[in-house]
Design a protein around this ligand. Structure first.
Ligand code: SAH
Length: 213
């Protein structure tokens, strides 16, 4: 089966939904989403929907991936921190648009699968880490951009502190059923928040899974 027609339809839909940045559309076009979804759901890989992955998690809807990527205003020299690797799809899209993606996931099983996809696609500018993303990645901070792909109960201050001056963080904040995507920018006066969109994400969990899988 070929995905080409479905992919073109998806790109046209993203444009209608307000994704105007051609570089973002180009990155979505170049990343094979079918590799990041469970085999049984491959025929739905280019539907504009979130899909279930392992450990009760989800690969975000393509619109949300494109929207968050566009909201980050990435530059080619940027180093980006992602919290919540999940399937690895968002990291793969980011990797086409910046210098390096550093991505943290708390489930080992998800991280192993995502790493296999990065290797298969020769995405050598993605660095992964198993851990609690709430702590950020202090050894590599500061980051030009931070993207959080799970909903934080409040603005994650530890992550904000790992933003460089001139940096941007895009993060869903709020309890289940009432989450808003926030863009936080840091300049010489401090932090500025912009509410972008009502969203639905799985929660950003504190700590590591007990069985460490
Ligand atoms: N970016 C992913 C979306 C995954 S869903 C993709 O493109 O597929 C959110 C992910 O965040 C899940 O995999 C979940 O396990 C992870 N997550 C939740 N809380 C976390 C935490 N504290 N640290 C690291 N990862 C976390």
């Amino acid at each position: 089966m070929t995905y080409e027609a479905n992919k073109i339809r998806l790109i046209m839909e993203l444009r209608r939904q307000g994704i105007t940045d051609k570089r973002v559309l180009g990155a979505v076009e170049r990343v094979p989403r079918e590799l990041f979804v469970p085999e049984a759901l491959r025929s739905e890989a280019y539907d504009n929907m979130p899909l279930p992955i392992c450990q009760g998690q989800t690969i975000s809807q393509p619109f949300i991936v494109a929207y968050m990527t566009q909201a980050l205003r990435l530059g080619p020299r940027d180093r980006v921190l992602e919290i919540g690797t999940g399937s690895g799809y968002q990291a793969a899209v980011l990797s086409k648009l910046c210098r390096r993606v550093c991505t943290i996931e708390r489930y080992r099983s998800l991280l192993i699968q995502a790493e296999a996809c990065f290797t298969a696609l020769k995405l050598h500018n993605i660095t992964t880490r198993l851990g609690d993303g709430n702590r950020g990645w202090p050894e590599l901070a500061p980051f030009a951009r931070i993207i959080v792909t799970a909903a934080a109960p409040q603005m994650p201050v530890t992550l904000a502190d790992q933003l460089d001056e001139g940096g941007i963080m895009v993060v869903p904040v709020g309890p289940p059923g009432d989450q808003t995507l926030i863009r936080l920018t840091r300049d010489s006066d401090g932090f500025h928040e912009e509410a972008l969109l009502a969203v639905r994400f799985v929660p950003l969990v504190a700590g590591m899974p007990l069985d460490r899988k």
